[in-house]
Design a protein around this ligand. Structure first.
Ligand code: AMP
Ligand code: MN
Ligand code: MN
Ligand code: MN
Length: 277
């Protein structure tokens, strides 16, 4: 099954409209695809229509930002959700509402180091998107030649511990899992090796995640080495989680990997779509 169950459109911080990402999913020969915009479901109907017209099976999805313990931000992808489920809709609205104040605080921090106009600049890059994400700030900083590329931006400015990072309260794990489960979806931990927490803490998180109804973990992530895929596969086995496949595509030229450019899933794992299609 050629699947890709994690990517973004311009409804959040991707560069292409939902219909354009969907056309790309068709052109790149995906059999199963999900659009998973950050804290948003607004692009799903458009994406589904184009994907299904092109013969691609589509799962409604969203990547939800959550806070765990002190100041650890983690991402959980909900797959197969009902995008109209009222508690999910209300919960995502709350997260999006919190993003504007955070964006203003990020801009205030950048101002302190002499970078002016970052809020307006990020908002301009966000365009019609319903969120401002750090990716929009990153595009502004690159445009202003303050950093050469996305990697440079996050290494020096927007990541935890750098000027331009601000702590933020996202959804709780409990709420995120309740919204996803209530909407009939499955919760999948996104890009497990990308967080700034120790492997022990990640395992503590996965124990809680599983206990509260978490169903899966991304294993075949774009850019992962064979060893990294195996590391995620060990976590999937240890916590009895189903495995997902993720490019985390944000747009041509910017993302390292295009849609569907993901390593193979180890054959002994149960794919997350087993219970979804
Ligand atoms: P936010 O949800 O506002 O915290 O922004 C997170 C987004 O910033 C991610 O979804 C990516 O789009 C982008 N991002 C974060 N870290 C990196 C990185 N190291 N390289 C490129 N993009 C990143
Ligand atoms: Mn993003
Ligand atoms: Mn993410
Ligand atoms: Mn993502």
């Amino acid at each position: 099954m050629k699947a890709d169950l994690h990517c973004h459109s311009s409804v959040s911080d991707g560069l292409l409209a939902p219909a354009e990402v969907a056309r790309r999913a068709v052109e790149r020969g995906l059999a199963l695809w999900s659009l998973t915009d950050h804290d948003e479901v607004a692009g799903l109907a458009e994406a589904r229509a184009v994907a299904e017209a092109g013969g691609v099976r589509f799962l409604d999805g969203s990547e939800i930002s959550l806070s765990w313990r002190d100041d650890t931000s983690l991402h959980v992808v909900g797959l197969g959700i009902d995008p109209a489920h009222p508690p999910l809709v209300a919960g995502l609205e709350t997260i999006r509402a919190g993003r504007d104040g955070r964006a203003r605080r990020i801009a205030a921090e950048l101002e302190k180091i002499g970078i002016h106009g970052a809020y307006a600049g990020a908002a301009r890059h966000a365009g019609k998107a319903s969120i401002i994400s750090r990716a929009h700030f990153a595009r502004f900083l690159i445009e202003q030649k303050i950093a050469p590329d996305m990697k440079g931006v996050f290494t020096h400015y927007l990541a935890k511990g750098k000027p331009g990072y601000v702590p933020h309260e996202w959804a709780s794990l409990e709420n995120a899992l309740r919204w996803i489960g209530g909407a009939g979806g499955l919760a999948v931990l996104a890009h497990p090796l990308r967080y700034r927490i120790s492997r022990d803490e990640l395992c503590v998180f996965l124990g809680e995640f599983k206990d509260r109804g978490g169903a899966g973990i991304e294993v075949a992530c774009a850019g992962h080495s064979a060893e990294e895929v195996q590391e995620c596969a060990r976590l999937a086995r240890r916590f009895d989680l189903k495995a997902s496949v993720a490019s985390d595509f944000h747009g041509p030229g910017e993302s390292g990997a295009d849609l569907g450019m993901t390593p193979p899933l180890p054959g002994d794992l149960t794919p997350i779509w087993r219970d979804l299609i």
